[in-house]
Design a protein. Structure first.
Length: 201
């Protein structure tokens, strides 16, 4: 379950750079692409990495030699380490269908699995992968992850309907009523502290 990737650029190159990405990269030092960015592009981070890949003429505009880029993203579907997430649970069913719909749309919610290869192809070296866990609620015993789970639960409940409706109705062909009925049970599952689930980040 890949997550944050820190890399070092050691090529001298001219950047061809879409103007729509100008807010996603920095002029000096590290560049960071945050969670949820990749699904907004059908080419995932490949479009960003194209910025650093081609026309070796002048130094890169957005990375100095020795600089690095960081990519942060969430891997779907969610998982567990102790088998407390039933495969037939509403939240796992919802998340699996969400992933399926995003893949059909060409904006996969598991695109971070390709980051390492894409970064290497773009010419980055010294690729480092750091893995983290975002608990779905306050089930963890340690204070840090419990606090993180509280924020995850709040964010999840606020955005659940918004992230679900388009993919389920337009891509999977569900009715709005069918989606809302599923989300009732998803909200129950996400609050269930007996389900020790998390999103790999």
């Amino acid at each position: 379950m890949p997550s944050s990737l820190s890399t070092t650029w050691k090529k001298i190159g001219r950047i061809t750079h879409p103007s729509t990405l100008s807010t996603c990269v920095c002029s000096r030092g590290p560049s960071k692409i945050g969670p949820g960015y990749s699904p907004s592009l059908s080419s995932e981070p490949a479009l960003v990495l194209h910025t650093y890949r081609v026309r070796l003429i002048t130094p890169p505009r957005h990375l100095n030699p020795g600089g690095y880029i960081e990519l942060f993203d969430v891997l779907n579907p969610l998982t567990t380490d102790d088998d407390t997430l039933p495969k037939d649970s509403s939240i796992f069913t919802w998340n699996s269908l969400l992933l399926e719909a995003s893949q059909k749309l060409g904006r996969p919610l598991d695109s971070l699995t390709k980051y390492r290869d894409q970064l290497a192809e773009a010419g980055f070296v010294g690729i480092v992968e750091n893995r983290y866990k975002w608990p779905i609620n306050t089930w963890p015993k340690d204070a840090r992850h419990k606090h993180l789970g509280a924020w995850t639960l709040e964010n999840f409940n606020q955005g659940l309907q918004a992230v679900s409706l388009m993919l389920f109705t337009n891509v999977l062909g569900w009715s709005k009523e069918e989606v809302e009925l599923l989300l009732v049970d998803v909200r129950k599952d996400v609050k269930n502290r007996h389900i020790h689930a998390y999103w790999p980040v």
